[in-house]
Design a protein around this ligand. Structure first.
Ligand SMILES: [Zn+2]
Length: 120
């Protein structure tokens, strides 16, 4: 089997099998269009159609929670992966944070109502 006469980025000889041109698919300039098409198709195959709608504003913990829920729902359409797992962990962490803040806001509002009643 004839090996590619191209060189790697480190300047070493390429060890990939050579085609009729004496170069491998990665080094043959005539295959550039084919490589570009392959990259494009690869990108399209990995893409998942999303019809998710995300909240337009993030003015309260409730808005943030709505966003996190939309992200979680959208993630269920994607294949399981390390990246997806990382995003889910981030969403879970952020959810806990919004829950804490939301809970504090509710308690503060309740205390303010009581204080308002005492002033009258
Ligand atoms: Zn090569």
């Amino acid at each position: 089997m004839k090996l590619c006469s191209g060189k790697t980025t480190e300047g070493k000889r390429c060890n990939a099998p050579a085609g009729a041109s004496g170069l491998c698919a990665f080094h043959d300039p005539k295959q550039a269009r084919k490589r570009a098409l392959g990259r494009k198709l690869g990108g399209k195959r990995n893409r998942v159609a999303s019809d998710a709608t995300f909240p337009a504003k993030l003015a309260s913990p409730k808005d943030v929670r709505a966003l996190l829920e939309a992200i979680t729902a959208d993630l269920t359409k994607h294949e399981n992966s390390i990246s997806r797992a990382r995003v889910l962990v981030s969403v879970a962490t952020a959810s806990l944070e919004t829950w804490k803040v939301g809970s504090l806001e509710d308690r503060l509002a309740a205390l303010e109502r009581v204080a308002e009643g005492m002033r009258k």
